[in-house]
Design a protein around this ligand. Structure first.
Ligand code: SAM
Length: 309
């Protein structure tokens, strides 16, 4: 049964943020109204959150809870819409199996994260799982980023030999794979009010660029410090958000220009065969661009850099 939406804690031209339990709020959203849903729930790791939620549930209770909101996300997605679920492999394994009966599996993306805490008697955990499903047979929107060639940070030389294929490489970069090793950790010291589990703007930009267009509706039931909503706002997507404690998100929106600046820097190197830094080093160290085809113009799904300024 549909319930009434609460008054929004934050409203922008593009988005609405609601304070409260996402399970209640999701129930008020209409069927087939989102193009992209992204969820980064608490991982049940006994972390303390400003909302004082219980992050230490018995395993079965945690999974039951996840299945409840995941069911809502599936209902709210449009046919052709994409669902991304970010969690520990331990939780994404059963949740992925649950979603297999409801959606079409696209990818298990491994996000390489070097800075996890070591656990005694276990292998050092160094990746998160990003599950990617689509509602229906195929995605309505699919524009994967292309990545720059991996070059030495010191001299700019290629880390791999592209041999005789240099002239055949796409000038916008190398194809994206399902292992993402270029997502930087977020530094927290600068942002005192933000939750320690804030995701990187680069990760959210990649997901939004891949599975949404300007004007698409992006839904994220676990706001945290609002990275999804900030990315959506900057990239011109409409967004719907919810969070138990919205103060850090409202605070962040008052300083959105800082994130805009970071996004601008990301876009300087996005969908380019070489980063600006590599090009500079290569010129200094005599690595001619040679047969590579370099393109500086942007395709139409990319952001107008001037609009970010
Ligand atoms: C891992 S964090 C999300 C971080 C976010 N992706 C970011 O980049 O800032 C999970 C968030 O979910 C919120 N949360 C937990 N249970 C919730 C619920 N039932 N309804 C709404 N938000 C909830 C927590 O307060 C926490 O801020």
């Amino acid at each position: 049964m549909m319930t009434m939406l609460p008054i929004s804690a934050l409203q922008t031209e593009l988005g609405q943020l609601y304070e409260g339990d996402c399970l209640n709020i999701l129930k008020s959203l209409p069927n087939a109204s989102a193009d992209l849903a992204f969820a980064d729930p608490p991982f049940n790791l006994r972390k303390s959150y400003s909302s004082a939620m219980d992050d230490n549930l018995p395993e079965a209770a945690y999974l039951d809870w996840c299945r409840c909101w995941a069911t809502e996300l599936v209902r709210i997605l449009k046919t052709g819409g994409s669902l991304f679920l970010y969690n520990l492999p331990k939780w994404n394994l059963p949740l992925g199996a649950f979603l297999m009966d409801r959606l079409t599996f696209r990818h298990w993306i491994t996000v390489d994260m070097k800075y996890c805490l070591p656990i005694p008697k276990r292998l050092y955990p160094s990746n998160y799982s990003l599950l990617y499903f689509v509602k229906g047979k195929s995605p309505s929107i699919f524009h994967p980023d292309r990545l720059p060639i991996d070059c030495c940070r010191h001299c700019g030389g290629e880390q791999r030999d592209y041999g005789g294929y240099k002239d055949k490489m796409n000038p916008k970069g190398v194809s994206l794979t399902d292992v993402w090793t270029d997502i930087p950790p977020v530094r927290h010291q600068k942002y005192k009010r933000r939750a320690a589990n804030e995701l990187s703007l680069k990760l959210m930009d990649r997901i939004l660029s891949l599975a949404s267009n300007p004007g698409s509706v992006v839904l994220d039931p676990f706001g945290g410090s609002g990275t999804t909503y900030i990315a959506a706002e900057i990239l011109g997507r409409r967004w719907v958000g919810m969070e138990l404690d919205c103060a850090p998100i409202c605070d962040r929106f008052t300083q959105i220009d800082k994130d805009r600046e970071n996004m601008y820097k990301l876009y300087e190197n996005k969908n380019r065969l070489f980063t600006k830094h590599s090009l500079r080093l290569r010129a200094q160290n005599g690595f001619v661009i040679g047969k590579y085809r370099i393109e500086t113009s942007m395709s139409n799904h990319e952001l107008d850099l001037n609009a970010l300024k």
